[in-house]
Design a protein around this ligand. Structure first.
Ligand SMILES: [Zn+2]
Ligand SMILES: [Zn+2]
Length: 248
């Protein structure tokens, strides 16, 4: 007797398997994923494509039915397999794909270093920034500034020294008075926002907030600079600075 119906179940995680390898480069650590048992994978995908139910046969009992089931847990293997056998994607997979596409194509602006980035490349160490506020090192009251305010002030003074040469010398003396509390680096106009800390681009955890933030607005900058302003560690450092100058 010839069987008209057959079914085979493949456990792809065990039969095929996935190998992950890490490699170091100047851009950081990258992980690549590959299939362990290539020949079995090819065999299973081709058997899967052959799986069919003959539609032409009118007699149901004579119909040849070849069923195939694949069980996959590994996300990489699942994606590769469903793509290779043209399996219909679930809504969740489509959404994940779209999300991944967004993460690797939408250019965002980082409020911390003011540079551009895409979320999929956003790794630890990608962003260089100062996380402290600025103070006037030559002022008795060590007046606190938000970095963008300090830069505004320096720009304004540059203009004044150009239009009013009498003030040039005095302004020149004060040019380097603004320091970042985090590392005591001097605030310089045009030097960019690269700083003493290395981390990830972006401020805040919400992904949505990030995607909406493709254009840096004043509000975002202010939010970040307020966080720098309120940093308890640096405020302590600032208080110590006052103490150290008390008797000068
Ligand atoms: Zn710094
Ligand atoms: Zn950044």
């Amino acid at each position: 007797m010839e069987y008209k119906r057959s079914m085979i179940v493949y456990d792809l995680d065990s039969l095929v398997g996935v190998n992950q390898s890490e490699s170091e480069s100047s851009m950081g650590t990258s992980t690549s994923t590959s299939i362990v048992n290539q020949s079995i994978y090819i065999y299973v995908t081709s058997r899967f494509r052959e799986a069919a139910i003959e539609a032409s046969c009118t007699d149901k009992r004579q119909k040849n039915e070849r069923w195939a089931i694949a069980v996959v847990r590994d996300p990489f293997l699942l994606k590769k397999f469903t793509t290779d056998v043209d399996f219909t994607f679930t809504n969740e997979q489509i959404e994940q794909d779209e999300e991944e596409h967004r993460r690797s194509t939408i250019t965002l602006v980082c409020v911390k270093c003011r540079d551009l980035y895409v979320e999929s490349d956003n790794k630890m160490g990608s962003c260089n920034y100062h996380d402290g506020f600025v103070y006037d090192n030559l002022a008795r009251d060590l007046k606190k500034y938000k970095p963008s305010r300090a830069i505004e002030e320096l720009n304004r003074e540059e203009f004044i020294s150009y239009t009013n040469p009498k003030k040039k010398e005095e302004i020149e003396k004060g040019k380097t008075r603004f320091k970042y509390i985090c590392c005591y680096a001097t605030v310089q106009v045009g030097a960019g926002f690269n700083g003493c800390k290395k981390g990830k681009h972006g401020f805040g955890n919400s992904r949505k907030k990030n995607f909406a933030g493709q254009i840096l607005d004043k509000q975002m900058i202010d939010k970040w600079e307020t966080a720098c302003d309120e940093n308890p560690e640096y405020n302590q450092q600032y208080a110590d600075l006052f103490d150290s100058r008390k008797n000068i």
